[in-house]
Ligand binder design. Structure first.
Ligand code: AMP
Ligand code: MG
Length: 404
């Protein structure tokens, strides 16, 4: 195995590409995705001047000086509930009854709330009637202009912008039904190892239940990827078949296990026999150094070590940048610097990535954190980096950490 540095592995990963760079999704599914094109509004939002109140619309000059004791008297000439497209001409001394969201007639410049008005006589609210207005309202008072939210021609969304729920709502309000977003490849997770029992199988002697398939598919789903999982024993024919049969459907396959130098670590041999282009095999880091990236038939195959924490850490460190490169989105962990809360007792010839919790600005490493242990990763929010060539580090040493 020819080990390369983490940085060199990441450089190779950065140049990975997927053939499908964009896809169309329903506006209902665009939240959390990244826009692949600028989106300009084709309409004003709202499309017309509208009432923010249930009340009456009129010419404000007609209610100048109106009060409880001396109400203005207006003739109701129409009724405008929300959604009404009828046009009313409202002359001096006239008004329409209007509901919230109703289109304000062109002749009117103000609205008063229903609580500041009354009918002079009992009547049907939608017919002709005399209305008493008990309050003066000024020009454009209680009046919402067309385009209050955004105008026709406004850039709602830039290319490369992540769409949040509010923006998705605005796109819908602009009449958009389909959004062109950065494509996300479907990912296949292949958990390998003759000792691995899939969920629901009976655990016999020498076997262990799988955790990697669930960990990796859970993380992929958290990041917004469609994924499926499968299993294969340490058997070259099974491994080849599992990979070959998924190449067409999955631009990315993540495998765990069988990538090191043990007798039955068959992934390197399988890649060679399938004629895959191995982009690297072996990265100088702990844990998960036997990491391998290969390309076959246009798909990428990232092979992670089977140890659950090694698989998890190398997923965060390498699969996330790979997902970024394939999609044009940014799934990489964000870096920060913080001090160790406690001594870190191990020496580290190469870089070492350790699970940690950031609390009150300090990084806490759980007591047990071997690469076979997954439970103590639960609740951790960072991977901290112990630099290559480090002696045991005392509490307070400032280290780099990455938010998972
Ligand atoms: P390997 O990378 O195949 O040498 O496996 C390293 C260690 O991780 C072994 O102890 C395996 O039993 C364990 N392991 C491999 N795959 C899984 C998995 N899917 N779930 C849990 N442990 C695993
Ligand atoms: Mg194995």
């Amino acid at each position: 195995m020819a080990f390369i540095s983490v940085e060199d592995a990441l450089k190779i990963i950065e140049s990975a590409r997927c053939p499908d760079r964009t896809e169309q999704v329903s506006v209902f599914d665009c939240c959390g995705r990244t826009a692949a094109e600028e989106i300009v509004s084709a309409v004003d939002q709202p499309p017309f001047d509208r009432s923010p109140l249930d009340g009456f619309a009129f010419r404000s000059a007609d209610v100048a000086g109106a009060c409880k004791e001396r109400p203005a008297r207006l003739q109701q000439v129409g009724y405008v509930p929300a959604g009404c497209g009828e046009t009313f001409s409202v002359g001096p001394g006239q008004c329409v009854r209007i509901m919230t969201g109703g289109r304000i007639p062109a002749d009117c410049d103000a609205v008063v709330g229903i609580e500041d008005a009354a009918y002079a006589d009992a009547c049907d609210c939608d017919g002709a009637a005399e209305v008493l207005i008990f309050k003066a309202v000024g020009h454009h008072q209680n009046y919402v202009f067309a385009g209050e939210d955004f105008l026709k021609g406004a850039v709602l969304c830039r290319k490369g912008q992540r769409i949040d729920a509010a923006l998705a709502g605005c796109l819908s309000a602009a009449g958009v039904t389909e959004v062109t977003v950065c494509a996300r490849p479907a990912v296949y997770v292949l958990s390998t190892g003759s000792e691995i029992c899939r969920p629901g199988e009976c655990l016999s002697e020498g076997k262990i239940y799988d955790s990697n398939a669930v960990y990796l598919t859970s993380r992929l789903k958290e990041l917004g990827f469609f994924c499926e999982a499968g299993w294969a024993a340490d058997d070259a024919a099974q491994l080849k078949d599992a990979i070959l049969s998924r190449l067409e459907q999955y631009p990315l396959i993540l495998t765990t296990g069988g990538v090191s130098v043990g007798d039955l670590d068959l992934m390197p041999e399988v890649m060679a026999e399938l004629g895959a282009e191995v982009l690297f095999h072996g990265v100088s880091l702990k844990p998960g150094s036997p990491l391998m990236l290969a390309k076959l038939g246009g798909s990428y195959i990232l092979c992670l070590s089977g140890n659950p924490y090694a698989a998890a850490a190398t997923f965060e460190l390498f699969a996330r940048p790979l997902l970024s490169a394939l999609t044009g989105e940014d799934f990489r962990m964000k870096a920060l610097c913080a001090p160790l809360a406690e001594d870190f007792p191990k020496t580290s010839p190469g870089p070492r990535y350790v699970r940690a919790n950031l609390k009150d600005g300090k990084l806490y490493v759980p007591q047990s954190h071997s690469s076979g242990q997954l439970l103590t990763l639960s609740g951790c929010d960072h991977l901290l980096k112990i630099p290559a060539g480090s002696k045991p580090l005392p509490a307070g040493t400032v280290v780099e950490a990455y938010r998972i």
